[in-house]
Unconditional design. Structure first.
Length: 564
């Protein structure tokens, strides 16, 4: 099949010569249009839309077209024969002579005039706008003949100077046809090569993307996903310096556990990042396990001495032995566990959490290799007989290379085997009343968080209101403080939390707790249990999985209790 080619001739007299040359070759299907400079650009744009594969033009017109179309543009060179022809025509002219044109004309002209020692001045222009001022200047200096392309000859004519058009001869046109064919073949081979490489990449890496160092997505292909499984923020996170090329990371993105390989590609001093992704497991495949990515180091407020000591212990913890976090409910043991995980593994592994009863009740308990930390909560649901089996189980899991972190709220005798085990390390997490110095910063942090995430109005707290919070005993610890600040921020329509609003919420909470406890304790043991289950279900928006985890039982056990 012939190559669909458009020849944009900047002057009409060129057409006959082009037709003659086109008839002598059989590779190009040539259509000829007449148009100089911007007029030629419009013709070229239209031709590209019509499916033309190559455009040929000359001089300034070719230069303008190159910037406006996405297909190859071949510039017809001004050959030595063309220049000698025009110099021969001008040879008998006795007045001052000059050659004016774009670089494609003047570079060759200057070489010939220098070699042949011809006294003709050569002037180069870069844009069409320069032509008329230059021609007018040359007229004032006494020049009577100007040689150049169409725009130069037109400008000379309008200013009363004789102009000779430097035309492209047969040799230059045939050369342009040859280069057009070669360029088309090279481009087609590159296109085929690119398509082949893309197909290989699609088959070898069905879920992948390439980014520039500036973060622009240059290529992406998703075979096992319906679309890009990454939010803009997650995409930005993947470009952080901590994601070193040549390494592999495991992430939870949505409900999918992903294996992410990062590779650096360097092409002609340009750097690119290739991300190869593989869905290794769906989060739902591990029934009772919550798996997540800890993308950045958790923020721990520790102005108080006791919390400083706690954070120092967590920061320096490098042991592979299990870790026991001791602290009352609501002190932030899970947050501290995430902190220890990040300090040890950064973004290289996944953080999983599970209740103690699920660890014991799951047959053939095993973890995906991407999970590097296992956080175990709700130990209070185990009885004394189960506690011994639990210790044995976590020691087995620890030997597999997983960092096990257990959370315990009470120093009961039944947990002596855990508390005093020689291979288990311990960190005590202080109650909020033991770290009152941290309360002002905690309050500021929670207010800023709710302001950003929920659009609350309050951005500060009055000193007398803060004093009430600092001197309160907080039986529910940091979790209770956070809940109160949330309620206060949502309720407050001004910019400051007032003392009376804080006191009112504190009294409300105390009354609500007393009422709930009094109500819950009425009836038989089975009735009390049923009330607790329904209360937890309600608070968990009737999500049975979350309710079962909070109660420390399996979903099957919860279902049986609800059926009674």
């Amino acid at each position: 099949m012939k190559i669909k080619t458009l020849f944009v001739a900047p002057y009409a007299t060129m057409k006959n010569l082009i037709e003659s040359c086109a008839g002598e070759q059989g590779e190009l299907d040539v259509r000829i249009e007449i148009g100089n400079l911007q007029e030629g650009v419009e013709i070229a744009r239209k031709a590209e839309k019509e499916g033309f594969e190559v455009i040929i033009s000359r001089g300034g017109t070719a230069k303008l077209i190159q910037d406006q179309v996405g297909i190859p543009v071949i510039d017809v060179h001004v050959s030595g024969y063309d220049m000698l022809r025009v110099l021969t025509l001008a040879n008998d002219f006795n007045g001052k002579k000059a050659i004016v044109g774009f670089p494609n004309i003047t570079l060759g002209a200057r070489a010939i005039t220098d070699v042949l020692d011809i006294s003709i001045e050569v002037f180069t222009i870069e844009t069409e706008k320069e032509t008329i001022p230059l021609v007018q200047k040359l007229k004032r200096e006494g020049y009577e003949l100007i040689m150049g392309d169409v725009v130069t000859v037109d400008a000379a004519s309008h200013n009363g100077i004789t102009g000779i058009l430097i035309q492209s001869g047969k040799e230059a046109i045939i050369d342009a046809f040859g280069r057009a064919g070669t360029m088309h073949h090279v481009l087609q081979n590159k296109i085929k090569e690119t398509k082949l490489q893309r197909e290989i990449l699609r088959l070898a890496a069905p879920d992948s993307m390439v980014l520039s160092r500036e973060g622009d997505v240059l290529y992406e292909n998703w075979e096992t996903f319906s679309g890009r499984p990454l939010s803009d923020q997650q995409l930005e996170n993947l470009q952080a310096p901590e994601y070193s090329p040549g390494k592999t990371y495991h992430h939870m993105i949505g409900h999918d556990q992903l294996h992410v390989s990062v590779h650096s590609i360097s092409i002609e001093e340009e750097e690119y990042l290739l991300f190869l992704m593989k869905r290794t497991k769906h989060a739902g495949d591990q029934n009772e396990l919550e798996v997540q990515t800890v993308a950045q180091r958790p923020f721990l407020i520790h102005q108080s001495q006791m919390m400083k000591e706690c954070v120092d212990q967590a920061s320096s913890y490098t042991s592979s032995h299990p870790l026991l976090l001791l602290g009352e409910r609501g002190t932030g043991k899970r947050l501290l566990a995430r902190y220890v995980h990040y300090r040890q593994f950064g973004s290289h592994g996944l953080f999983a959490s599970i209740s103690a009863s699920d660890v014991l009740n799951t047959q053939d308990f095993s973890l995906d290799q991407a999970i590097t930390t296992l956080y175990i909560h709700s130990l209070h649901t185990l009885d004394e007989k189960q506690s011994e089996a639990f210790v044995q189980k976590i020691m087995e899991v620890s030997k597999s290379g997983v960092l096990v972190i257990a959370s315990l709220a009470a120093n009961e005798d039944r947990w002596s085997s855990l508390l005093y085990h020689e291979s288990i390390n311990r960190i005590r997490v202080p109650a909020l009343m033991e770290r009152r110095e941290d309360i002002p910063e905690l309050v500021s942090y929670f207010m800023a968080r709710f302001h950003q995430r929920m659009g609350t109005t309050a951005i500060r707290i009055k000193e007398d209101a803060l004093s009430q919070l600092v001197h309160y005993d907080w039986p529910g610890n940091v979790a209770q403080l956070k809940a109160l600040i949330k309620d206060a921020a949502v309720k407050e329509k001004g910019y400051s939390l007032e003392k009376q609003a804080v006191i009112g919420l504190m009294k409300q909470n105390e009354a609500s707790i007393e009422k709930d406890i009094s109500h819950l304790l009425q009836g038989t043991l089975n009735e009390i249990e049923e009330k607790i289950i329904h209360l937890v279900l309600k608070e968990e928006e009737y999500n049975q999985t979350r309710a079962a985890k909070r109660l420390g039982i399996t979903r099957a056990t919860l279902w049986r209790k609800l059926k009674k």
